[in-house]
Design a protein around this ligand. Structure first.
Ligand SMILES: Cc1cc2nc3c(=O)[nH]c(=O)nc-3n(C[C@H](O)[C@H](O)[C@H](O)COP(=O)(O)OP(=O)(O)OC[C@H]3O[C@@H](n4cnc5c(N)ncnc54)[C@H](O)[C@@H]3O)c2cc1C
Length: 420
C-alpha cells in the first residue's frame, strides 16, 4: 500500500515543477516554413556543446532525485520510492508540460544498464551505483559490440582473466554510444574459451576512467560523432563489480537487450518532431495534395505509422502491467525502422534534388540528416534482419536460425581472427 495518494503525489509534483521549471508554451499548430526545420535522427553537436548539455541533463536529474522523483518505482534501499508505475506515469505526464533539460543522455544508463545492475549486481555494486546513477551523478554506457561480434554477440573476444579478487580485461569494443561522456560501462567479456560461445561469458561494471581504458570517437556519415571505439588494455575490475555468476554473462546480456528493445520501442525517433504533420504540410506547400499517386503514397505512410503506434501501445501496456517485454518489441523496432525508411523514400520523391543541395530553402536540405541517420536506426539494438529472425522464430514458430553453434568450445570456432 503506497504511503501517499495519487492526488497528494500530484500536488507534490506540481509544487516541485512550478518551483524549478518553466511551463511550456501552448503547442502551436505546425505551419510550413516557421520555426526550426531540424528533423535529425541523431543530434549532431560538437563535443563542447554536447558536454554542456550532459551537465544540464545531470543537474535536472539531481534536482528531481533530491525532490523524490528520480526513481519513483525503485527500491527504497537504493534511493527509490517504491511506488507503482501509475505514480511514475503521472510524474511523466506532468513533467511533459514543463521545459526541462533533455534526458536522452540517460537512455542507456538508466534504460538498460541500471536495470541489469539491479537484477544481477552484487550488494556492493547496487549500493555504490544505483543511487548515483538515478541521481545523475554517474552516466552509463553499453560495451557489448566488437568489430567481429554485433548481431552474433556471443562471438565476442574481449577477455577477462581472474587475478585474485580482481579481473583483468583486455580487448576492443565498438559503436559505444556516449562512451566519451560516460562514467561507467556494462561490459560483457569472455572468461572461458573452452566452453561453447554463449556459455563462457561474464558481465562486469567497468570504470570508464580507469587506467587502460581508451575512448576514440567514430565519425558517422551524418557528420556527428555519437559513437566510439573503446580499447581495454589490462583494465582491472574488482570481483564485486561482476554482474551475475562467472560464465553466466549471456543471461546478463539478455536482461540488458530486453530492456534495450523496450527503450527503443518506447521512443519516437526524429528528435520529438511530429514528422508526419510536417510531411503533410510539405505536400500541400509543393501543390502535390491533389496528385492521386502522391495522395495514395502518403495515405500508405500514415496507415503504417498508425499500425506501428497501436502495436507499440500494446507492448507498452504489457510492460506497465508488470510483464516482460516480449517479441512485440522486435515487431515495434522493425516497424519503426521500416517506417523511417518509407518516410525517407517519400520525402526524397517530393523534394528531389532539393534534398541534396543546401540552397538555404526552409524544410528541404534539413531532411538529409534524417535520411542519412535512418540506416543507423535499422542496425542499432538488433538489425532489421535479426528482428525478422526473432519474429519468425518466436511469433510465427518457424525453425531456429541455422548455423548457431551452441555446442563446440569457443576456442575451436573460426571467429574473426580470434586469439584466446
Ligand atoms: C546507432 C547505433 C548505436 C549503437 N550503440 C551501441 C552501443 O551503445 N553499445 C554497443 O555495444 N553497440 C552499439 N551499437 C552496435 C550494434 O549493436 C551493432 O551494430 C549491431 O548489433 C549489428 O552488428 P554489426 O554492426 O556487427 O553487424 P553484423 O552483425 O556484422 O551484420 C551485418 C549484416 O548481416 C546481417 N545479419 C547478421 N546476422 C544475421 C542473421 N543471423 N540472419 C540474417 N541476417 C543477419 C545484419 O542484419 C546486417 O545486415 C550501435 C549501433 C548503431 C548503428
Amino acid at each position: 500500500m503506497a504511503d501517499i495518494t495519487l492526488e497528494a503525489f500530484e500536488t507534490e509534483v506540481c509544487n516541485f515543477l512550478d518551483a524549478n521549471a518553466q511551463k511550456k508554451e501552448a503547442e502551436k499548430k505546425f505551419v510550413w516554413g516557421e520555426g526550426s526545420d531540424k528533423v535529425a535522427m541523431f543530434e549532431e553537436k560538437n563535443r563542447d556543446d554536447e558536454l554542456a548539455d550532459v551537465k544540464k541533463a545531470c543537474a535536472w536529474r539531481t534536482a528531481k532525485f533530491d525532490a523524490g522523483f528520480g526513481w519513483i518505482t525503485g527500491p527504497k534501499a537504493y534511493g527509490g520510492r517504491e511506488l507503482s508505475s501509475a505514480y511514475e506515469r503521472l510524474y511523466n505526464t506532468v513533467e511533459n508540460r514543463y521545459q526541462v533539460a533533455n534526458q536522452g543522455v540517460f537512455t542507456i544508463g538508466l534504460g538498460m544498464v541500471a536495470p541489469t545492475i539491479l537484477a544481477h549486481g552484487s550488494e556492493a555494486a547496487k549500493d555504490l551505483y544505483l543511487h548515483q546513477m538515478y541521481r545523475g551523478d554517474l552516466v552509463g554506457c553499453q560495451l557489448f559490440s566488437e568489430p567481429g561480434a554485433g548481431s552474433d554477440l556471443a562471438s565476442l573476444q574481449t577477455k577477462a582473466e581472474r587475478d585474485g579478487d580482481e579481473w583483468v580485461i583486455t580487448g576492443q569494443k565498438v559503436w559505444t554510444t556516449g562512451a566519451h561522456y560516460s562514467d561507467l560501462g556494462e561490459i560483457i567479456a569472455r572468461t572461458n574459451p573452452d566452453l561453447p560461445k554463449h556459455k563462457g561469458l561474464t558481465g562486469f561494471i567497468v570504470d570508464m576512467r580507469a587506467p587502460g581504458v581508451e575512448v576514440r570517437p567514430l565519425r558517422q556519415m551524418t557528420g556527428g560523432a555519437n559513437f566510439n571505439e573503446v580499447f581495454f588494455s589490462e583494465v582491472r575490475v574488482r570481483d564485486d563489480h561482476r554482474l551475475g555468476d562467472v560464465n553466466n554473462g549471456w543471461n546478463v546480456a539478455l536482461t540488458t537487450l530486453m530492456n534495450e528493445r523496450a527503450t527503443i520501442g518506447a521512443g519516437g525517433g526524429g528528435g520529438g518532431v511530429n514528422l508526419y504533420a510536417r510531411v503533410i504540410e510539405m505536400v500541400k506547400f509543393y501543390g502535390l495534395d491533389s496528385d492521386p499517386i502522391v495522395r495514395n503514397e502518403l495515405a500508405n505512410l500514415i496507415i503504417h505509422q498508425k499500425v506501428a503506434g497501436f502495436n507499440n501501445q500494446r507492448a507498452m501496456d504489457k510492460i506497465k502491467a508488470g510483464q516482460l517485454p516480449g517479441p512485440e518489441m522486435s515487431i515495434a523496432k522493425l516497424a519503426g525502422t521500416l517506417n523511417s525508411r518509407r518516410l525517407g523514400d517519400f520525402v526524397s520523391k517530393v523534394l528531389g534534388p532539393k534534398l541534396i543541395a543546401d540552397s538555404g530553402e526552409w524544410g528541404t536540405y534539413a531532411w538529409h540528416q534524417l535520411i542519412l541517420g535512418t540506416p543507423g536506426g535499422r542496425i542499432a539494438g538488433g538489425s532489421d534482419e535479426v528482428m525478422r529472425n526473432i519474429v519468425g522464430e518466436r511469433v510465427l514458430g518457424l525453425p531456429k536460425d541455422a548455423g548457431i553453434d551452441s555446442v563446440s568450445p569457443f576456442r575451436d570456432l573460426k571467429v574473426g581472427t580470434q586469439k584466446s
